[in-house]
Design a protein around this ligand. Sequence first.
Ligand SMILES: Cc1cc2nc3c(=O)[nH]c(=O)nc-3n(C[C@H](O)[C@H](O)[C@H](O)COP(=O)(O)OP(=O)(O)OC[C@H]3O[C@@H](n4cnc5c(N)ncnc54)[C@H](O)[C@@H]3O)c2cc1C
Length: 378
Amino acid sequence: MRVMVVGAGLGGLTLAQGLRRAGIDVAVYERDGADGRPQGVSLHFDDRGAAALRACLPPAHLAIAEATMGAPRGQALALSEVDGELVVVGNRVLDGTAGRVPPGRQVSRRLLRAVLLAGLEDVVRFGAKFTHFEQRPDGTVQAWFADGSTDTADVLVGADGIGSGVRWQYLPQVQVYDTGKRMLMGASPLRAVADTGVPELIGDNPASAQIGTTMMAMGALRFQESPRAARDQWLPDLRSSAIDDAEDFLMWAVPVTQERLGAAATPAAIWRRTREVAADLPAVLRAVVDHAWPDLTVALRIGMIPPVPAWPSSQVTVIGDAIHAAPGFGGNLAMQDAHLLRDALVEVAQGRSEVRTAISEFEDAVRRNNAPALEPHP
Ligand SMILES: Cc1cc2nc3c(=O)[nH]c(=O)nc-3n(C[C@H](O)[C@H](O)[C@H](O)COP(=O)(O)OP(=O)(O)OC[C@H]3O[C@@H](n4cnc5c(N)ncnc54)[C@H](O)[C@@H]3O)c2cc1C
């Protein structure tokens, strides 16, 4: 069996690792270059992502991924300014109920992606923009790419994010909405912001401060083990600036409307805009933004996909943001989808199921698992 995956994001790469580990022939086609486009520095990583990595990654990859996570995070803190000082005024247990974020750990997005890519160099083709596919009478699927090249496989998986071209052709009824909200996200070296007192105040917990109309969410990533030491121990051949340059940091995020963001487009311009937006915040939070790495600052678009009624299954399917957008935990859902699909395709490869049946069962499971995330936003 041969599987084509469009998109080398968290979902596509987890799936590719899992298929390869099970001895299934897989090819990944990625529009961007090996570094990908900036998607923010860190992720809150929960049990769904952890289970997917355990099932899909080779032992050394899993070991480095686990060793380089932050400490467990069990509660979210609310911060406010009292008598001119930033203090904790409330906390909420992270329990995953009612579509809320479950407990987890902070991970470096770039580092995780570098680990997911390791060992797949011969199956991932960068600079390959998917354009369209055709389902052929013999049960295979042919895909075309912008450079005119084409490939054929038994299964085509759209892991190509919220703007998915695979979904656009396969499920044209799916609506994607731009909420008009943007998340300004960046990170500051922990050493540079230690004297603000913020890292000590929040520990390893996610925290947010609402001051007037401006909100800032933040979280520290203190690598449990040095990424370079973990690399040397587990994957000594892995070369990545995400590991070479890694140091503990404080990530921060400030939601704004597109109007408030304005025309800022480059990382440096977005960082400057964030400093202006943060002008209402307490001095210690302004200092956190001031000390950020400007080139890691991004403005992420917040999109929404309303629940999609079941469709007839075929040898084409979609995972992750391509079918359900969940800004706070969509990466975990994408990895969970990859895990489920990998298990379903192993059943096919081992002769215990047939492609359409396996994909149909996988899609039912995705709809069940993601039901809370699929609730329309208020
Ligand atoms: C502000 C914000 C904060 C978030 N925080 C978290 C968090 O803390 N925890 C969490 O779990 N999730 C979080 N998410 C969600 C998470 O970022 C996404 O859900 C996750 O990245 C989805 O993974 P994916 O593999 O489905 O898609 P993506 O990561 O978007 O990957 C899709 C890939 O497909 C490629 N591609 C697209 N089109 C084509 C094409 N035509 N041809 C070839 N390749 C193509 C893209 O270049 C990309 O590499 C957050 C999202 C936002 C916006």
